[in-house]
Structures are given as C-alpha cells and as structure tokens.
Ligand binder design. Structure first.
Ligand SMILES: Cc1cc2nc3c(=O)[nH]c(=O)nc-3n(C[C@H](O)[C@H](O)[C@H](O)COP(=O)(O)O)c2cc1C
Length: 447
C-alpha cells in the first residue's frame, strides 16, 4: 500500500481501507505492508546525490559518502517494493497531477536494471512481470478517460506499465467535493476488485505494498506560443527563473543560460531572480502542515505554530512569484514527468485567491494576467505534440494556464542522449524567443 494522501480520512485512503478489509476477509493471511508517504519514511529525496551514488556503483564516477548512502537507501526502497506481489496506490489529485512525495517515489524506484531494463536496441522492458496494481485516484472534479487535464491516473498507468506491471486496475473517486455520496460507487468497485483479485489467481504469500496512510520534433514545433490572439506584452522588467535540474551543465540549464544572456544583451537592466529548486531554498514541503495553516487563516480550523509557519512560508513564495513579469522554467524530464521539487512548487503556488480564483459557478479564473512563460523542457527522448507519454510540457502548460499565464512559449531540447548536437537548434530558438520578448509591444496574433 502506497498512501500518498496525508489525510487518513481522505477519499483515496477510505476507499483503499475498504478494499483491504474485503481482501483480508476474502483471503485471510495476505501480508500487507503500508508506506505512508507523508509520514517519516526512509525514502531518500531523489536528486544529484542518488544519481552520483548510482553512477559510482556503476564505476562511472567517484561519489561522496553521503551520495553512496543516498543510493544505498534508494536500493533498500526498491528491494522492498519488488518483494510485493501486488500494489495499491492511494493517490489524491493535486493540481491535476500526483503529490510530489509520490513523484519522488517514482523517481527513486525507476532505475534501469532494477525495475526495467533497456535492451540492445534501446527498447525498454519492464522487469516486474506477473504483478498487478490497483490505482485508487481521488479527485474533486470528474475526468473522462480522454481528458487532457488528467495527469494523475494516466501517469500512474504509464510508470507502472514501464516497470512491467501491466495488470492494472483503477478506481476513480470523483466529484469528492460532493462529500460522502461520491464514494458509494467506488467503495463497491474496490470491493469487487478485491474479490476479483482473490478469485482470478490467489495472491501468493506476500501480498500488497499499499498506500501507507499508504516530440516536439526539434525545430518545427519547438517554439509554440499560445494559440490565442493576444496583445504582445511590453518587454518584461523582471524575470523569475525556476531551475528544476540539479545539473548546472544540464541541457535545460544551458539553453536557459543562453536565453538569459540574449535577453540581458537585448534589454540591459531586466531584473533576473533565480530559484534553484535543488539547492536549499525556503520553499516549504507541501502537505498537511501548509493545508492546516491555510485553513486556520480562513478561520475554518485551528492550527499549530508549525502549521501557521508553513503557510506563511508558502505565502512568501507566492508573493515573490507574483512579483515577476515573466517566468522561465528549466525542467528536465524525469520518468516522463517533472521532478518532484517542481511539482512541490506547483502545489505551493496554486491556491485559490492567490494565483487563481473560483467564481460563483465554480469556474476557475487565473489571476496572473498579462504575464508570460518560457518552458524549457529537456528530455532524452523525442515526444511529438500528441504524445501520450509526455507528462512534462503539457503539464507545465496546464498549470501555468490555470494561473492565467496564457502567453506561453516552449523550447524542447530533445534526444539529449546524443550530446551537444541536440542543443544547437534549441539554443537558436531560445535566442529568438528572447528577442521576441524584447520587441516593442504591439498587437500580436500568435498563429
Ligand atoms: C531520473 C531520470 C529519469 C529520466 N526519465 C526520462 C524519461 O522518462 N524520458 C526521457 O526522454 N528522458 C528521461 N531522462 C533523461 C533526461 O530527461 C535528460 O537527461 C535531460 O537532458 C535532463 O535534463 P537536464 O539535462 O536539463 O538535466 C531521465 C533522466 C533521469 C536522471
């Protein structure tokens, strides 16, 4: 059981509890292990430490003691994960995707040679064959199977599929804003899945890990502005750069450096603020503390001093974010999505009344109007615009769009496994965007 909601009584947890109860009754003795991701658990933060520790093991580099320890901790997590016959993931939807803690776990688990492998032709093959997963996805809205806004269930399907877990079951708990009525049918479905699991082929000895309180082909599409007609904003006076790759020399950072250099030359005096998400930065971990602190401010509940502090820290981040005229996000693709640190920032920033608001009919309206964003997305593969495997660029477009940042530009750095040749065209495109941004304001219709 992998529980990614911090709310013991949340919908994903309650439906999962019911599933387990039926499973236990139908097949007593099944061993259930719970990982509650929001409690203290020995799961390392995925970042350069883990990567360096892994590379040192492979003899490709030296590593510091802390880096060896981080990789060894990741290996322990992978080992325990692989011991299970089946998985239950209880996941809340947060800002159209999964919580950062769950994304971090995906990055800790997804390693070639451990949960999948690449054959000689570079094709990936999952290693967790014969296992199954139940994905319990709770969300306040309702998302049909072909929704362009659901980055939760399709993403979990994708990453379990890559690991070879193809026997996938899903229970969506939808419209949870309606309260308990929304869980009636999912409860029934979860019970039916439990019974199916026990019928089809009895689970072997070990049971579940369950929720613990469980291309753009280079040039042609690489620069995409919002399809809407809009008035070109005046050149930005301040730009916030959000760097989500821990590699200073990584592709997203290098292309972003080039963009900034051209911007600075074309428009000297533009104020540039940098957030390097993998360095120590005063961004709180989004979780129950921040939520409780926010609710206390709204008078809906009491909060502990630490919870007030967490929300006040989130407010500082939001304030600084809103001060910028424009954003540049330098993002590596990790396991088809964005790094957990960037997802955490999305959750810290996305609050009604701050970056968007809901009108009386419940419609959401972005509040950051007149701003723009450049999304620099680096990935080893190549993902066409209609790819079902790209949860990086479409996701960033979605969350900036929700905040009202509709003047969006993107540069995809693709096929980075080829080395420096992959950045030649993106460098040119980034320079072109910088020059476009500095052009005098005028009516502009993005085609
Ligand atoms: C943990 C991890 C997971 C990755 N997953 C993917 C992936 O799913 N698809 C892909 O095309 N590239 C993947 N890559 C490759 C990176 O996207 C690629 O190296 C990219 O250049 C990283 O951006 P950066 O150079 O700015 O750090 C992964 C790399 C790492 C370290």
């Amino acid at each position: 059981m992998i529980r990614a909601s911090p709310r013991p009584n949340g919908f994903s947890n309650r439906v999962t509890d019911h599933f387990l109860q039926v499973l236990n009754t139908t097949q007593p003795g099944v061993r259930i292990t719970e990982w509650r991701l929001h409690d203290k658990l020995a799961i390392p933060e995925f970042g350069q430490d883990v990567i360096n520790g892994k590379m040192a093991e492979g003899g490709q580099a030296d590593a510091l003691p802390g880096e060896h320890a981080a990789w060894s901790q990741a290996l322990d997590v992978i080992r325990e994960f692989k011991e299970a016959d089946a998985y239950v993931v209880a996941a809340p939807m947060w800002n159209f995707g999964i919580p950062a803690k769950l994304k971090n776990l995906v990055d800790v688990l997804s390693h070639s040679g451990h949960t999948f492998e690449n054959d000689e032709s570079g094709e990936s093959r999952g290693l967790l064959l014969g296992k199954r997963a139940l994905l319990v996805c709770a969300r306040a809205g309702a998302y049909p199977a072909d929704s362009q806004s659901d980055f939760q269930l399709p993403y979990l399907r994708k990453v379990f599929g890559v690991m070879g877990v193809e026997d996938q079951w899903a229970v969506a708990v939808e419209s949870t804003w309606k309260g308990q009525s929304s869980e009636v049918e999912p409860m029934r479905e979860a019970a039916a899945v439990a019974q199916e699991w026990c019928l089809a082929s009895p689970l072997r000895q070990r049971g579940l890990i369950s929720p613990q309180h469980v291309s753009l082909p280079g040039s042609a599409l690489a620069i995409q502005a919002s399809p809407r007609a809009c008035t070109r904003a005046p050149p930005p006076r301040s730009v916030l750069v959000i760097r989500a790759s821990p590699r200073p020399d990584g592709f997203s950072n290098r292309v972003t450096d080039h963009f900034l250099q051209v911007l600075n030359t074309t428009q000297p005096g533009v104020r540039i603020t940098e957030w390097r998400l993998h360095d120590k930065l005063a961004i709180p971990e989004f979780g129950q503390d921040v939520i409780n602190g926010k609710m206390a401010e709204g008078g809906q509940a009491d909060a502990l001093p630490g919870e007030h502090a967490a929300w006040s820290q989130a407010l500082d981040v939001i304030r600084e974010f809103k001060e910028a005229d424009a954003y540049v996000v330098a993002a590596p693709m990790w396991n088809f999505g964005i790094p957990a640190k960037l997802k955490n920032l999305v959750d810290v920033l996305s609050h009604s009344g701050h970056t968007f608001e809901n009108d009386e009919s419940g419609e959401s309206r972005g509040l950051l109007l007149g701003k723009r964003a450049l999304l620099v997305c680096a990935r080893a593969g190549a993902y066409p615009a209609d790819s079902q495997s790209d949860f990086q660029l479409p996701y960033l477009r979605k969350v900036f769009g929700v905040m009202g940042v509709e003047d969006q530009w993107a540069v995809a750095v693709e096929s980075t496994w080829k080395g420096p040749s992959s950045e030649v065209e993106p460098m040119r495109e980034a320079a072109a965007v910088a020059q476009e941004w500095c052009a005098p304001s005028s009516a502009l219709s993005h085609a």
